[in-house]
Design a protein around this ligand. Sequence first.
Ligand code: ADP
Length: 304
Amino acid sequence: HIAVIGSTNIDFVVHVARFARPGETLHVHSSTTGLGGKGANQAIAVAKLGQDVALAGWTGADMLADMARTTLEQAGVNTRWLMKDPAAGTGRAFITIDPTGENQILVDGGANMTHAAEACPLLCPVLDHATLVMMQMEMSPALVLAIARQAHARSIPVMLDPAPVPVDGLPEDLYALADILTPNERETRDLTGIEPIDEATALQAARILHARGTRTAIIKLGHRGVAYSAPDGQGFIPPFHVRAVDTVAAGDSFNAGLACALARGAVIGEAVRFAAACGALATTRPGAAQAAPDMEEVAALLDQ
Ligand code: ADP
């Protein structure tokens, strides 16, 4: 299976005519409650592509935990290693979106953030028989580092989405432990100081990441496409033309597609193209986890 180790949140999404000012109460157009968190989003996106996937991490022991687990299981994600922490609440994100698509997001990491490196042995059983492990930075950086070391020792490829970049940067050793690093534009700027706006600037940023030990750097440029630089080749995949309505979790669907293609043995250029189709399709629907495409949709876009 593909192992995902990361966050599970419940997202409270509110659509407003304009943002509230301090002290003000507004009635809103509409609101929804759904599954989010980069770990859960990536796991569901992998499951929708038909691959075996297990999510390891923590929820609280509250009502939101049951909602999260049910949604994951209905999507086909193995939750055997998704643990309940009775001392913490399930992670929550409060997302406000205005008519221009501008958003304000407040996150309570809750149970996702309460464990540091000492919890590594609790999560590592998910690595047994894993073909690849996907992680993000919505958990303690020390814990991500400890798991990456374990995976590396077992020769399991590590795909790290450095999102969000911690305030004091990524732990230095993570660059070499992550076989594949997948920053978006902002994360690339935070990590390298370079603003990636096209193939040349993205590959310039990739060279900085290589110098720190990253083997494969994949720079996601949103509607501009994606650049990749790997030991067996580098290149650029222009964006697929789609009608984007909501870019939330495009990166999570991209990473899921990349993991599935690599697990099937695709070469890097082919895997990145498959991933870009997954990311593009995720923008055509609202929401996070539920916006991920299935195999049929991806095949149809790739054939166009
Ligand atoms: P994140 O969600 O992490 O910010 P991006 O927004 O860069 O990630 O999206 C990830 C990938 O999804 C992009 O590199 C691209 O391949 C695809 N993608 C994202 N937005 C669009 C879009 N508007 N049109 C076509 N493809 C897109």
